[in-house]
Design a protein around this ligand. Structure first.
Ligand code: BGC
Length: 877
């Protein structure tokens, strides 16, 4: 048996005589020095660092200055430890104005910090009347026209410009240029929202791009989600018939005068090289039709047509807070392959989302086609059946000179490209692949002594990158790529550990709220591009309560609960109204435990089918519980009372309908027991026996997981909560199907939609629904951070932290780091024989309970404040 020989704690902090607390990061609405804030009372946050341990903030002072650096608001010294989202409370802020701010804090050692840096932010348009610009369109773009419209406007300015700020948005996707240079470095702008109700505009500082004399502003548009084909059904022109642009440059001159360059009937329009652009199908560029220099001043546009001006409501225009989609990793060929069919294929070695860049010289008029695929088939041939009707093809028509191509208004999910139309050898360096995704700051890392688990973590991260293109999508390659709600909540907490997704999801939740149907039903996908005749599905609609609550837990931002409360409540009320005897939705259908284990040969009834209504009842209870939690935080006492009563009835109805007196559930599956335990559906005295049944079930499948989307995110958490981390480790480390490591062993570089997307012999499970980049099963990442490495929040936003690693699974090393809203937190442990070494970092302004393992799930508990700590311990098992 284990015995504690010694526990040594070394405090790594040197206590400097002049030690001070300093402010190391300041953000406004979650962004550093943002531009285009249309929140009338923005929220300020900061992160502290200190050379002294046990440092807490005891007070703060914020000062705000206008563009002339005149102080307009001083919060005064506020006694508070809060450093997240302090709301502005000064005089009214003005549209398009720049403001400066700084903050200082006092700490519990009685010291006052120096002022943090003088940061800034710029307001966006605060009122509809700020928009003087008109929507402009090319009236030829109607019906079947597939070409991209180009727009240009020349303007002359001779005075010295002190600032030029461009406000741009579009119906469809846009790329904007000023004097031939691309404005900003974002792609797929203005992003994907519920356009009719919320259309984002982007704001760019273009001061340095404006020249003295003649200038040209140019815009080119693509169909995008607005007018293109979306949904598997499919539907076209969901939001509108024509593409259009809206832009306004606000120029301030040195002499104080101002001018606005706006989109209006003085602009001209034409068609150019982009012949076709669709999200699912790809892009066709004819380089012979390139309007060379079209966006520069010297270009002659005398044969361009006048634009038409359209009158659309402007009350849907909103600022952009989520990080824009940008270019990231660039891949060069990993391998050039000639397949058994004779196809010329490049393997990039990573399943990624983005597009290729091609440099090519051929004959004038030659057509090159680039196809995209995630996998090769059993024989090693290029495989695209799983893209279903999405053509995912770039078509390039050559000029005869050296041409360089890159798509503008599409993206592909691919690891391989197949090249057609090239005469002669393929020069691999001429075909690079660029990953694009929302520019969410990377704020977490997880690594361990097991290379397969490290690959799993890498696959999870790539699943996140590839499916976070402005909205959280189910998959990035086939004719879907939609904001599927069930997938998003399953993966949400894992996403928060890997990257800062606060603004990304706050934006998406607002779309959810506006797209919720009048009866409170949450559509299956957000933005809601499907038809309205749907019913809410359990485990999918519950995203309305789960993400706001978990976002609050991850980032400590109460604002999200305020924003989403009505939506949360509407969803619970919807379920309640559709219940009979407190049993939700006994008539209607749900997606259930989507993609659970279902062997082809089920003669022995081993498929892990969980009764859908029972699942629904569990989520009904969970959502109600989360609503109660939110009501408590927001001090809505009446609601706490009403929904607590409802919750008791929901649970009682569950016991009567789905559970025997001894605690046996109507479906003897992993998901049934996992949900019952995770959501506290069972009376206390029946929980331990349920854990026993769950473990028995896992053992019956030889330590394999059989859960679908709904059970997967919770199974290991439930096992750990009830003391069976040993079994959870067996599931994590299982290498045969169904398991997390089976795809890894098969060479996967992303998370698959199905446990067995590709069989050991290389054949495919199915063609119909078989994505190789679907993040939902990557939800295990959350458990790896929190339980294996043991880094978790005890209170919202990591104000209080728990560090509690779980040794096991043959791991000798594990390390997780997380940029919490208060700063860097780390939990790392290493085993050398019986010797345990632990390194922990706790951010300033937080406290932590650290559990030092003694072995056999025994711990020594230490309460600490901020600082770096090193522990050693002898473990005898
Ligand atoms: C999507 C899923 C989604 C599901 C709903 C699929 O087509 O790809 O990830 O959650 O439909 O059942």
């Amino acid at each position: 048996m284990k015995k504690i020989l010694c526990i040594t704690i070394i405090l790594l902090l040197c206590i400097g005589i002049n030690a001070k607390t300093t402010i190391i990061q300041q953000s406004v609405e979650g962004l550093i020095n943002p531009i285009g804030i249309d929140e009338k009372k923005p929220g300020f946050s900061w992160i502290l660092k200190s050379t002294k341990q046990n440092t807490l903030q005891s007070a703060y002072e914020i000062q705000i200055f206008d563009c002339t650096k005149k102080k307009i608001w001083n919060s005064g010294k506020v006694t508070s430890s809060t450093s997240i989202n302090i709301q502005y409370a000064g005089p009214e802020l003005h549209s398009n104005s720049i403001y400066y701010w700084k903050v200082r804090v006092w700490d519990n050692h009685g010291e006052c910090s120096s002022w943090g840096s003088m940061n800034q932010w710029r307001m966006g348009f605060l009122s509809q009347s700020d928009w003087k610009a008109k929507w402009i369109e090319n009236e030829q773009v109607k019906g079947k026209e597939t070409r991209s419209p180009y727009f240009r406007k020349s303007f002359v300015q001779n005075k010295k410009v002190v600032s030029a700020i461009a406000y741009i948005t579009s119906h469809g996707l846009y790329e904007a240029f000023l004097n031939g240079e691309k404005v900003g470095d974002a792609y797929l702008t203005p992003g994907f929202t519920s356009y009719n109700k919320r259309l984002q505009y982007q704001v760019y500082n273009v001061t340095n791009m404006i020249h003295k004399g003649k200038n040209v502003f140019g815009i080119v548009l693509g169909n995008g989600w607005y007018r293109g084909t979306i949904n598997w059904e499919p539907r076209k022109m969901v939001y509108g018939q024509n593409m259009g642009a809206l832009c306004q440059i606000e120029i301030t001159y040195e002499d104080g005068s101002k001018e606005s360059i706006i989109s209006d009937n003085s602009w001209k329009t034409s068609f150019g090289a982009i012949q076709y652009a669709e999200i699912y199908n790809g892009e066709t560029i004819d380089a012979n039709k390139e309007l060379i220099g079209w966006n520069t001043p010297s270009y002659d546009d005398s044969n361009w047509k006048s634009v038409s001006v359209a009158n659309y409501a402007m009350n849907n225009l909103i600022g952009t807070y989520n990080q824009k989609v940008k270019k990231h990793e660039v891949f060069i060929s990993h391998k050039v392959i000639t397949t058994p069919k004779g196809e010329k294929v490049i393997d990039y070695g990573q399943n990624l989302v983005g597009f290729e860049k091609v440099k090519i010289k051929g004959n004038k008029g030659d057509t090159i086609r680039i196809y995209h695929a995630e996998v090769l088939d059993k024989e090693g041939n290029f495989y695209t059946e799983n893209l279903r009707s999405a053509k995912a093809t770039s078509t390039y028509i050559l000029t005869g000179n050296e041409d360089v191509f890159e798509p503008h208004f599409t993206f592909y999910g691919f690891r391989y490209i197949k090249i057609e139309g090239i005469k002669g050898e393929i020069i691999p360096e001429d075909f690079t692949a660029t990953a694009i995704y929302s520019d969410m700051p990377k704020n977490g890392s997880f690594t361990s002594s097991n290379p397969l688990i490290n690959q799993l973590q890498s696959n999870i991260e790539w699943g996140q990158k590839g499916n976070f293109l402005d909205i959280p999508t189910d998959c990035p390659q086939r004719n879907e790529r939609l904001g599927w709600t069930g997938d998003a909540h399953a993966f949400f907490r894992t996403a928060t550990f890997n990257r800062d997704v606060r603004n990304f999801f706050k934006k998406w939740l607002k779309d959810l709220a506006v797209d919720q149907l009048p009866d409170g039903c949450v559509p299956w996908v957000i933005p809601h591009t499907l038809r309205d005749d749907q019913v809410g599905s359990s485990g999918w609609g519950d995203v309305a309560t789960i993400i706001p609550w978990q976002l609050y837990m991850a980032y400590g931002d109460v604002g999200v609960l305020n924003n989403q409360y009505d939506s949360m409540k509407a969803w619970v009320d919807y379920m309640n109204r559709n219940s009979k005897n407190n049993l939700w939705n006994t008539k209607k259908d749900h997606f259930g435990d989507w993609l659970f284990y279902r062997p082809d040969d089920d003669k022995d009834g081993i498929a892990a089918i969980t009764d859908k209504q029972m699942i629904a009842q569990c989520f009904f209870a969970h959502s109600t519980q989360l609503l109660i939690n939110a009501a408590q935080i927001l001090n809505k006492k009446e609601d706490v009372k009403t929904y607590s009563e409802l919750l008791s009835k929901i649970k009682e109805a569950y016991w009567n309908e789905y559970m025997t007196a001894n605690g046996c559930l109507v479906s003897n599956t992993q998901t049934a027991y996992v949900l019952a335990l995770q959501f506290d559906m069972l009376p206390e005295n029946l929980r331990q026996q349920a854990v026993g049944r769950l473990v028995q079930n896992i053992e019956k499948y030889n330590n394999h997981i059989t859960t679908g989307f709904l059970g997967t995110s919770y199974i290991c958490h439930v096992l750990s909560r009830f003391g069976r981390t040993d079994v959870a480790y067996k599931l994590l480390l299982q290498e045969t199907y169904p398991s997390w490591l089976y795809p890894v062993k098969q060479g996967a570089t992303t998370i698959w939609e199905r446990w067995d997307g590709q069989k050991p012999d290389g054949s495919f499970q199915t063609a119909e629904m078989n994505s190789f980049n679907h993040y939902a099963y990557g939800a295990i990442g959350d458990w790896m951070y929190r339980i294996c490495a043991g880094l978790t929040e005890a209170t919202p936003g990591f104000k209080e932290i728990v560090i509690k690693p779980h040794l096991g699974g043959g791991f000798t090393y594990m390390s997780a780091s997380e940029m919490t809203p208060y700063g860097e937190c780390t939990s790392a442990w290493r085993l050398k024989g019986n010797q345990l070494e632990m390194d922990v970092e706790i951010p300033v302004n937080t406290t932590a309970t650290i559990y030092i393992p003694n072995g056999n799930e025994n711990y020594k508990k230490v309460e600490v404040g901020s600082g770096k700590y090193h522990f050693t311990n002898n473990i005898n098992n």
